[in-house]
Design a protein around this ligand. Structure first.
Ligand SMILES: Cc1cc2nc3c(=O)[nH]c(=O)nc-3n(C[C@H](O)[C@H](O)[C@H](O)COP(=O)(O)OP(=O)(O)OC[C@H]3O[C@@H](n4cnc5c(N)ncnc54)[C@H](O)[C@@H]3O)c2cc1C
Length: 504
């Protein structure tokens, strides 16, 4: 197998000298396996995104030496953590070196007194919580990808947690981290200098700047995280509604009730319920009158959770909610980390089942805008579906983002029959994504609440959303990475500045 365009044997030898030959891979299998992410992908264009070489570092010193070398040679470097990102953040736009960060899988320290854990970026939340359980502590970053996404990727995307209304999101839970800059310098990024401090007023808050940078500003290696006492009880309650508008009002009332143990509320629209009833065994027995669903989850001591739950129950019942029973309420909430693995099929217009991948377009919206935006999104997907029988509408979700309940992560799930995609369909899909993003921004929202917006379609609307502040971001990126080697092409940074490559 020939080596990739732009990378000579000399560079591979130098990389091997840093990490050892076993952790430098140039074979097609290793590179192909790390090219794509789970979201539907233009399979016919897969080769355009191949890294030339995969490197598996295990220490900060190794990452520092790799970046210094890449900077000197002007070779792109893309960090990949769990590879579960849904906006192509870890996909090498311009080839180069792919840094697979899974080798940073160590838990370095659990500090019960300061309630922190210091871990390698290759650790994930499930493994960390297993280690924390004996201390009566837990790390409450709880995405649906909880068992598979890694701490480094959570920083790269500024992830969103299903229980964030009670405990905050990744950006609140990461206290500080070691970060290797493009030239190989190692710095600590936090809120001021103290590695375990959550609020400082010394200087600028660099931590927020680095949350969600998609590997464009530096590579994180070692992270210090904030811990909480492990809650004694979890209570999840699901209610069915005949009308989406009533369910929409209900989530607002639940989130605004001021219940301290409230960890989040979720709203499923009619299209989501129809999809679940059609293709998800758990929902099939629901009576036809259930057309929209509201769920809430509470965490805390058993007595306070019961009291909070009673109050929320009264609110939902007064607004016409019908309790869906313990089986759905507890079962669906318990399966929140694995049910996304199931929608690997969808339906064509005639109802035929075909293999489909899951695309999730997420936006940040205020509560009053949710119904109108989701209806406009469905119209966009419907039009796409009418033109090409390779797309399926899997409905929308809205999740409270903060305890105020006034802003939400709202997503539309679209099934895509990837195998039949050609350039025409792919372009139509990218145009639809652009339209979906424009609807969110036009409603005063943001393109993304957790995944970032660096994928074809969404990224085109970023200048419209950020207006003048994009120039500030650009200047910061240029100051930290003057040769544009870190994940070039993402967020418009240095589009095409470095070499094009990626052939097998
Ligand atoms: C089934 C499923 C459910 C999901 N549910 C949620 C959810 O509920 N909430 C949510 O927020 N997301 C969710 N996601 C999206 C995804 O899991 C998150 O975006 C996650 O944060 C990505 O983590 P990762 O480890 O897979 O990162 P990757 O996809 O590998 O990388 C993500 C970005 O971070 C960069 N990066 C990776 N490591 C580093 C590092 N060490 N330093 C600097 N940059 C780095 C990469 O270059 C890339 O740009 C879901 C995805 C799936 C497949």
């Amino acid at each position: 197998m020939s080596l990739a365009v732009g990378l000579d044997e000399g560079l591979v030898a130098e990389l091997s000298a840093i990490v050892g030959p076993d952790r430098v891979r140039t074979d097609a299998g290793a590179r192909l396996a790390r090219t794509r992410v789970p979201a539907p992908f233009p399979v016919h264009r897969w080769r355009e995104h191949l890294p030339q070489v995969v490197v598996l570092p295990h220490t900060t010193e190794e990452v520092s030496a790799i970046l210094a070398l890449a900077n000197e040679r002007r070779v792109p470097v893309v960090a990949r953590a769990g590879g579960t990102g849904l906006t192509d953040g870890a996909v090498p736009e311009h080839g180069g070196i792919l840094l697979d960060m899974k080798g940073f899988g160590q838990i370095y320290e659990i500090d019960p007194l300061r309630r922190t854990a210091t871990v390698g970026v290759g650790v994930n939340m499930l493994k960390l919580n297993e280690a924390l359980a004996p201390f009566g502590l837990f790390y409450p970053d709880d995405p649906a990808s909880y068992p598979t996404s890694l701490v480094g990727g959570r920083i790269g995307t500024s992830g969103w947690s299903l229980i964030g209304a009670r405990f905050g999101h990744t950006r609140d839970l990461v206290l500080s981290f070691l970060c290797v800059l493009a030239d190989g310098r190692v710095v600590r990024i936090g809120d001021g200098g103290g590695p375990k401090i959550s609020k400082s007023s010394t200087g600028l808050s660099l931590k927020q700047l680095f949350m969600g940078h998609q590997g464009t500003l530096g590579i994180a290696t070692e992270v210090t995280l904030k811990l909480y006492p492990k809650p004694e009880a979890e209570l999840s309650l699901f209610w069915g509604f005949a009308r989406y508008e009533d369910a929409h009002q209900c989530v607002d009332a639940l989130a605004g009730a001021g219940v301290a143990t409230f960890a989040g509320a979720v709203l499923f629209d009619e299209a989501k319920v129809a999809y679940l009833r059609r293709d998800d065994e758990a929902y099939i027995p629901q009576p036809a009158s259930v057309r929209s669903v509201v769920c809430t989850a509470l965490y805390g001591w058993e007595d306070e959770v019961r009291a909070g739950g009673r109050r929320l129950w009264r609110i939902a019942a007064d607004l016409g909610g019908r309790y869906l029973g313990d089986e759905i309420s507890q079962g669906d909430w318990a399966s929140r980390h694995d049910r996304y693995a199931t929608p690997l099929h969808g339906r064509r217009l005639d109802g035929t089942v075909v293999p489909m991948g899951w695309h999730c377009e997420d936006a940040a919206l205020n509560h009053p805008e949710i119904v109108s935006v989701t209806r406009q999104w469905h119209a966009i997907v419907e039009e796409l579906r009418r033109r090409y029988d390779a797309f399926d509408d899997w409905g929308t979700f809205a999740y409270t983002s903060a305890d105020t309940g006034v802003d939400y992560l709202v997503e539309i799930d679209v099934g895509i029959w990837e195998q039949v995609l050609d350039d025409g369909m792919w372009d139509a899909w990218v145009e639809a994504k652009r339209a979906i993003a424009r609807v969110a921004v036009g409603a005063g929202g943001s393109i993304s609440a957790c995944h970032g917006a660096c994928r074809a379609g969404d990224v085109d609307v970023v200048p419209e959303e950020l207006e003048g502040s994009l120039a500030i971001m650009d200047a910061i990126e240029e100051a930290l990475d003057p040769h544009g080697i870190l994940n070039p092409g993402k967020y418009h940074f240095r589009k095409g500045n470095v070499f094009q490559g990626g052939q097998l």
